[in-house]
Design a protein around this ligand. Structure first.
Ligand SMILES: [Zn+2]
Length: 94
């Protein structure tokens, strides 16, 4: 919706970027969207006015418990999608 931003979206995407490099799963755009959707469907949305800098700042500084919850959820999503990507996996022949 115009004028509204789901802060959770940006937070989850940043978290994917942070956690993904430590895994060997497929990192194509399709998987990235699947991981993001999987995590976002399991986390509460955090809508703010897109111009509300103060609110965004407050969200960034939110509790470490929330951060731990997001991290766990994104990590589960990475594993879930990584183990069963919703596209054909290319078999790399050696
Ligand atoms: Zn993929």
């Amino acid at each position: 919706m115009k004028g509204l931003t789901n802060m959770m979206e940006e937070t989850v995407l940043a978290k994917i970027e942070q956690l993904w490099p430590s895994t060997n799963y497929c990192k194509c755009d399709k998987c990235k969207i699947d991981v993001a959707a999987y995590a976002l469907n399991r986390l509460p949305p955090r809508y703010v006015h897109s111009f509300a800098g103060k609110l965004i700042h407050r969200f960034d500084a939110s509790t470490t418990q929330m951060d731990a919850e997001i991290t766990a959820c994104v990590y589960n999503a990475i594993i879930k999608i990584g183990e069963e990507p919703e596209h054909d996996v290319e078999v790399i022949e050696e």
